[in-house]
Design a protein around this ligand. Structure first.
Ligand code: NAD
Length: 264
């Protein structure tokens, strides 16, 4: 692994699992000092800290347990990262949750929670890191949106509204930082092999009374022309590229990595 992030610091939200953990690990292998954030079982968090710590050369990676559904907790997470890392050069807004139901049955509290975690937390974190990035004349902000930030599917109203919002937030911030050395881009993965997505396969199989294998190809990957999962490492490599050398003109993009889904 080329150590293109040597000397850089990174805060990756929702990095105790899935895509966030994959990005944190790859950034650490590329030489960055990385702070983790996320919820989950203590043993899984400890394992993630050891894994990313090992990639940083030993010990446990710094970690914040802040619940990003609350604006004050998002600000406290950024403050904790600045204390642990000295500064935040790279922010990856990745934490996210999913819930599915028809619009008329969609619980109000699930709508509020998904908007808070999947969209508003990105805004609050960007607002908190931006002054430091601008003052130093360098920063990379990556917001993990989704193919569902560019196109819709039924029963995911809050998720899709939030992920479209993330693309709009990204574009607006990109315009505002265009002459500062900071960039802001979104990554829009298709179905990616993570615990979040694998839970959807199990749910689809149960709902339709079919095998998980059938549910994967017929239901979950129905819209993904490649008919295979996007792998976490593929998304992580795209994030690493965005933070690497000679990427100053890459700004305001919604980068698709979806096996052709949104080309259709
Ligand atoms: P995951 O469930 O494996 O990981 C989600 C992470 O977010 C975990 O670390 C979890 O602890 C954290 N998190 C959830 N709620 C939180 C909260 N309130 N405060 C702090 N952390 C919280 O899911 P994933 O598939 O790796 O998803 C990561 C991101 O990628 C999400 O934003 C998701 O929408 C997006 N995404 C995923 C896919 C996919 O198919 N897996 C596709 C497109 C986009």
């Amino acid at each position: 692994m080329e150590r293109t992030l040597t000397g850089r610091t990174a805060l990756v939200t929702g990095s105790t699992s899935g895509i966030g953990l994959g990005i944190a690990r790859m950034f650490a292998e590329a030489g960055a000092k990385v702070m983790l954030n996320g919820l989950g079982r203590p043993e899984d968090i400890a394992a993630a800290r050891r894994e990313v710590g090992a990639a940083m050369g030993g010990g446990e990676a710094p970690y914040s347990d802040h619940d990003l559904s609350k604006p004050e907790a998002v600000r406290a997470m950024v403050a904790a990262a600045e204390k642990a890392l000295g500064q935040v050069d790279i922010l990856v807004n990745n934490a996210g949750i999913q819930f599915t139901a028809p619009v008329e049955d969609f619980p109000d509290e699930k709508w509020d929670q998904i908007l808070a975690i999947n969209l508003s937390s990105n805004f609050h974190a960007i607002k908190a890191v931006l002054p430091g990035m601008k003052a130093r004349g360098w920063g990379r902000i990556i917001n993990i949106s989704s193919a569902h930030g560019l196109t819709a599917s039924p029963f995911k109203v809050a998720y899709i509204a939030a992920k479209h919002g993330v693309v709009g937030l990204t574009r607006t911030v990109a315009l505002e930082v265009a002459r500062t050395g900071v960039t802001c881009n979104a990554i829009c993965p298709g179905f990616t092999r993570t615990p979040l997505a694998e839970r959807q396969v199990v749910a689809a199989a149960q709902e339709r009374g079919i095998s998980e294998e059938e549910a994967l190809t017929e239901v979950v990957l129905a819209k993904q022309p490649s008919k295979r999962w996007v792998e976490v490492e593929e998304v992580a490599r795209m994030a690493l590229y965005v933070c690497g050398p000679d990427t100053g003109s890459l700004n305001g993009a919604a980068l698709s990595i979806d096996g052709g889904w949104t080309a259709a």
